[in-house]
Design a protein around this ligand. Structure first.
Ligand code: PXP
Length: 253
C-alpha cells in the first residue's frame, strides 16, 4: 500500500475562457475555491510570458484569497524569477516555454540547460520556495535534477496520455518515479491526464502529487467543476488504495 496522492488542480483554462472575451468571468480564483471545496490539495497556475491565460493579478489573488498551496509554473527567465521571489508561492515548477506552442509540449531539458537553471533554482530555493522541474521521465533529466538539488520533479505524462499503447510510457514513469525516490527526490506527474487514463499513473506508489488541468476544466462544462474534481479525486484514491476484492480475503479475520 502507498501513501495518499495529492491532487493539484490547474486552473489556467478558466482564465483562457475569461480572456476570450475580456472582463472577469469566469474567474479562476472562484474555480480554485470550487476545487478546494471538492477536495483538491493544491492549485497550479502557469504564468506565461505572453499572459495568454493566467495574469499577474490572478497570481496575487490566488495567493491572497485561497488557502491551498500554490504551485506556480514558470519559465526559467529573469522576469519570472523576479515575480516568483516577490510572491513566494509554496512551490515553483520550472517548465519549458515556447511562444508558438499551444501547451507545454514536452519536458524541460534540465541536462542541456543546466548552467542557466542552476542560479534560478538556487535563488528560488534560498527564498524558501519548493523547486520542481517538469521533466520527461528519463534518467538523464533526473540526473540533472539531482545535480541541481531540486527537491521535486514532475514527470511529463503527455507521451503516456497520447500513446496508442501506453504500456511502455507507463513503465518509463514507473521506473523514473522509483529512481527519483531512491535519490531523495519527491516525484510528481502531470499533463494530459483524464478520468479514463489517470488510474495507472495514480497507482504508481512513489508519486506524491498529480497536477491536472485541461481535462478537468473541459469536463466541468458538462458536469460542473466540483463534481468533476470529486470524480477525479475518487479515482485517484481508489487507484492508491483499491478496495479489497471478496476473493482476496483482505480485511477478513
Ligand atoms: N503540470 C505542468 C507542469 C503543466 O505545465 C501542465 C499544463 O501543461 C499540467 C501539469 C497540466 O496538464 P493538463 O492541462 O494537460 O492536465
Amino acid at each position: 500500500m502507498s501513501g495518499p496522492l495529492r491532487l493539484g488542480v490547474n486552473i489556467d483554462h478558466v482564465a483562457t475562457i475569461r480572456n476570450a472575451r475580456g472582463g472577469d468571468h469566469p474567474d479562476p480564483v472562484r474555480a480554485a475555491r470550487a476545487a478546494a471545496e471538492a477536495g483538491a490539495d493544491g492549485i497550479t497556475a502557469h504564468l506565461r510570458e505572453d499572459r495568454r491565460h493566467i495574469t499577474d493579478d490572478d497570481i496575487a489573488r490566488l495567493l491572497g484569497e485561497i488557502d491551498l498551496p500554490l504551485n506556480l509554473e514558470m519559465a526559467a527567465t529573469a522576469e519570472m524569477l523576479v515575480i516568483a521571489l516577490a510572491h513566494r508561492p509554496h512551490a515553483a515548477c520550472i517548465v519549458p516555454e515556447k511562444r508558438e506552442e499551444r501547451t507545454t509540449e514536452g519536458g524541460l531539458d534540465a541536462a542541456g540547460q543546466f548552467a542557466a537553471l542552476e542560479p534560478i533554482a538556487g535563488q528560488l530555493r534560498d527564498a524558501g520556495i519548493r523547486v520542481s522541474l517538469f521533466i520527461e521521465p528519463d534518467e538523464r533529466q533526473l540526473g540533472a535534477a539531482i545535480r541541481l538539488g531540486a527537491p521535486v520533479v514532475e514527470f511529463h505524462t503527455g507521451r503516456y496520455a497520447h500513446a496508442d499503447d501506453p504500456s511502455a510510457d507507463l513503465r518509463r514513469v514507473q521506473e523514473a518515479a522509483a529512481l527519483a525516490v531512491k535519490n531523495g527526490i519527491e516525484p510528481h506527474a502531470g499533463h494530459g491526464l483524464t478520468l479514463d487514463n489517470v488510474a495507472p499513473i495514480a497507482a504508481i506508489p512513489q508519486l506524491a502529487e498529480l497536477n491536472i488541468g485541461h481535462f478537468l476544466i473541459g469536463e466541468a462544462i458538462f458536469t460542473g467543476l466540483e463534481a468533476t474534481v470529486r470524480r477525479m479525486r475518487a479515482l485517484i484514491d481508489a487507484a492508491r488504495d483499491p478496495a479489497p476484492s471478496p476473493a482476496s480475503g483482505r480485511g477478513l479475520g
